[in-house]
Design a protein around this ligand. Structure first.
Ligand SMILES: Cc1cc2nc3c(=O)[nH]c(=O)nc-3n(C[C@H](O)[C@H](O)[C@H](O)COP(=O)(O)O)c2cc1C
Length: 201
């Protein structure tokens, strides 16, 4: 089956906030919710949280390469429709061993044109903010022709948080909050240029 790609024209634009972690016990939902809260307060865009744990995509199970858009599996078709309908993306992901999680790579690799020419913000977290993860994810995003925003906020986790302790975004992550607002501003402006949507509230 061949999927047709239509650039969506939502008003307000719809942004998928894609969490990189699918671990059974993880910090990602709490951090992603905090990022969404900041984003909602600083833009007029619509945000939808995507938990890849709810989008099971077996690795390498499509016969054709994703660039053809010829998908055979219902889960790939559903994922394709979800991503195709989005106007832009915010990735909120931990750094794993200096890279980004395999589940996120797998979700990106299942598709191709659905990502194309859409702005993306990359927010990472880790002991030093996850900069190595951000650099790798930026490179892969560019491979599928997303448009990564120049500001890539890195959230620094304490040693206690890294080993499973609680995180308190409101107090612990203030350093990153301004950069998240800045990155969302860049995203809004990119969408405004592309679709002539108002970027400010
Ligand atoms: C497989 C794995 C690899 C990790 N590698 C790194 C790393 O390279 N740098 C880092 O700062 N933290 C690393 N950590 C610690 C994570 O930053 C921390 O566990 C964080 O809570 C993971 O996000 P999550 O709970 O949302 O999955 C790693 C954790 C896991 C599970």
């Amino acid at each position: 089956m061949v999927h047709t790609y239509e650039q969506s024209r939502h008003n307000p634009p719809t942004i998928l906030v894609i969490m990189g972690s699918i671990r059974a016990v993880r910090r990602c939902p709490q951090i992603a919710d905090w990022v969404i809260d900041i984003a909602q307060k600083s833009s007029s865009l619509k945000y939808e949280l995507i938990d890849l744990a709810h989008w099971p995509l077996p690795m390498d199970d499509e016969p054709a390469i994703p660039e053809t858009g010829s998908y055979t599996n219902s889960h790939t078709l559903a994922w394709s429709a979800k991503v195709a309908a989005a106007d832009a993306f915010v990735f909120v992901t931990p750094q794993y061993n200096w890279g980004y999680p395999a589940a996120l790579k797998n979700a990106i690799d299942h598709l191709y044109k659905e990502w194309q020419d859409k702005p993306a913000v990359i927010v990472t977290y880790g002991g030093h903010g996850g900069g190595k993860c951000a650099a790798q994810l930026k490179q892969v995003a560019e491979a599928v022709e997303m448009r990564p925003m120049p500001t890539m906020p890195g959230i620094k986790l304490s040693r206690e948080a890294i080993v499973g302790g609680p995180v308190h975004p409101e107090t612990d992550f203030q350093e990153a909050a301004g950069l998240i607002r800045q990155a969302i501003g860049e995203l809004s402006a990119a969408l405004e240029r592309k679709h002539s949507f108002p970027s400010a509230l």
